[in-house]
Design a protein around this ligand. Structure first.
Ligand SMILES: *[C@@H]1O[C@H](CO)[C@@H](O)[C@H](O)[C@H]1NC(C)=O
Ligand SMILES: *[C@@H]1O[C@H](CO)[C@@H](O)[C@H](O)[C@H]1NC(C)=O
Ligand SMILES: [Mg+2]
Length: 349
C-alpha cells in the first residue's frame, strides 16, 4: 500500500510534466497532431525521459505538493490546518516561473497572503480546474469511509481558497474522493455513481459552515448535471454496469468528446471536466499505463491537469507496475513527491 501512495504522488507529477511539455504549445490544440509528433520524436511514451530542462512540472504539481506538505503537518481538520494550507500555497506561488500558473489561482493566493485568512469572496466564475488539480493527496490523507467528513471539509475549504464556486471546489472533492476510492479498492466503474451519492453530503457541509449558502445553492447544479449526463453516456449511472464506449474511439473522437463535455471548448479546463476526462481515460485504459497516457494526457485540451489528476488515481490503483523508469526517474521534485507519499501513508497507519 505504501508503494501505491508513493506512486499516486509521483505519477501525478509525471502526468503533469508529460502534458505540460515545458509549455511549448508546439502541437496546438489537436490530439492528432500531438500523437503524430510523439510517435515521430519519441516513438511512444515509453521512451520519454521526463527530466529538466525539457519536461518540468507545472503549477499543478507545485500546488499539489503544497496541499500534500500542509497535510503532512499532521494537523487535525480545523482552521489551523486550513491556514497551514494557505501558507503552503503562498510559498508555492513563488515557484511559478515558467510553469503557466492560472490567473484565478494566483490572484486569490495573493489576496489570502495579505488578508492572513483562508476565505476569499464567492466567485460565480471560479469554475476552473485549479482546485481539482491539487487535491488528490487529500484522498490519501483521509482514505477511509469514516474519514469522509474530513475529506469533504478539507477538499472544499482548500478548493474554495482559490475557486470559490461549486463547479471549482466540487472538482477538488472529486479528485480527492476518487483517490480515496482507489485506495479502498472500489471498482472504477462505481466511482461516478459514488460521487453522485456524495454530493448531497457536500451540500450539507456547505450549509453547516453557513457561508455564501444562497450563492452556492444557485450555482450548485452545473457540476452534477454535467456528471449525470456523462454517466448516462457511458451507461454507468448504477455504478455496476461495465462502461460503454463508442465503437470507434480514436484520438480524434476523444478530442471531440472531451470538447463536448467542456464548459468553453477546452476539455479539462474546468472543475467538472478535468476529473471527468481523467476518469474516462481510466475507465478506458484499465491497468495499461501507455493507454492511460494516450487517453488522459495526450489530447488537445488541458492535458497537464487531466494528466496530473488521472495519473495520480492510476498510481493509487496500480502502483508503478508497468511504468517505464525513464518516465519518473529524473522527474523534477521526485524526492519531494515520494516523501509526501511516504509521510501521508504513515499518517494513516
Ligand atoms: C498539451 O496540450 C497543449 C495545448 O493543446 C499542447 O501545446 C501540448 O503540446 C500538449 N502536450 C503534449 C505533450 O503534446
Ligand atoms: C446499460 O446497462 C444496463 C444495465 O446493466 C444494461 O442492461 C444495458 O444493456 C446497457 N446498455 C447498453 C447500450 O450497453
Ligand atoms: Mg499546469
Amino acid at each position: 500500500m505504501q508503494d501505491k501512495y508513493i506512486a499516486a504522488m509521483l505519477l501525478s507529477g509525471v502526468g503533469d510534466a508529460l502534458g505540460f511539455y515545458g509549455g511549448t504549445w508546439e502541437f496546438d490544440y489537436s490530439g492528432v497532431n500531438i500523437h503524430v509528433q510523439l510517435k515521430s520524436k519519441f516513438n511512444g511514451v515509453k521512451n520519454i525521459k521526463v527530466a529538466l530542462p525539457k519536461w518540468p512540472v507545472s503549477d499543478d504539481t507545485v500546488l499539489h505538493l503544497a496541499t500534500a506538505e500542509a497535510l503532512m503537518s499532521g494537523k487535525a481538520c480545523s482552521e489551523d490546518l486550513f491556514l497551514e494550507i494557505v501558507n503552503h500555497y503562498v510559498r508555492g506561488a513563488s515557484d511559478m516561473n515558467g510553469r503557466s500558473s492560472g490567473f484565478t489561482t494566483m490572484s486569490n493566493i495573493q489576496s489570502l497572503a495579505s488578508s492572513k485568512g483562508y476565505v476569499v469572496p464567492f466567485n460565480k466564475r471560479g469554475g476552473g480546474c485549479g482546485a481539482a488539480m491539487r487535491s488528490m493527496c487529500i484522498g490519501l490523507r483521509y482514505p477511509t469511509p469514516q474519514q469522509l467528513p474530513d475529506l469533504i471539509a478539507v477538499a472544499v475549504e482548500s478548493g474554495r481558497m482559490t475557486h470559490n464556486c461549486p463547479t471549482g471546489y466540487l472538482g477538488s472533492v472529486a479528485s480527492a474522493y476518487f483517490t480515496s476510492l482507489a485506495i479502498q479498492g472500489k471498482p472504477v466503474e462505481s466511482w461516478g455513481f459514488e460521487l453522485m451519492q456524495l454530493l448531497p453530503k457536500v451540500k450539507e457541509y456547505i450549509k453547516s459552515v453557513n457561508r455564501d449558502v444562497k450563492q452556492n445553492e444557485e450555482n450548485w447544479d452545473y457540476f452534477s448535471t454535467q456528471w449525470m449526463k456523462y454517466l448516462e453516456i457511458r451507461n454507468i449511472t448504477d455504478g455496476k454496469s461495465p462502461p460503454k464506449f463508442p465503437e470507434k474511439y480514436g484520438i480524434e473522437e476523444r478530442d471531440k468528446f472531451y470538447n463536448s463535455v467542456s464548459f468553453g471548448g477546452w476539455g479539462g479546463a474546468s472543475g467538472h471536466d478535468a476529473p471527468m476526462i481523467a476518469y474516462d481515460a481510466l475507465l478506458a485504459a484499465g491497468s495499461s499505463w501507455e493507454k492511460f497516457c494516450d487517453h488522459g494526457v495526450f489530447h488537445g485540451g488541458d492535458n497537464d491537469s487531466t494528466g496530473a489528476i488521472g495519473c495520480s488515481w492510476w498510481g493509487a490503483l496500480y502502483g508503478l507496475e508497468g511504468v517505464p523508469k525513464c518516465n519518473y526517474e529524473k522527474l523534477e521534485y521526485r524526492e519531494r513527491l515520494e516523501n509526501a507519499g511516504k509521510k501521508l501513508f504513515e499518517l494513516c497507519q
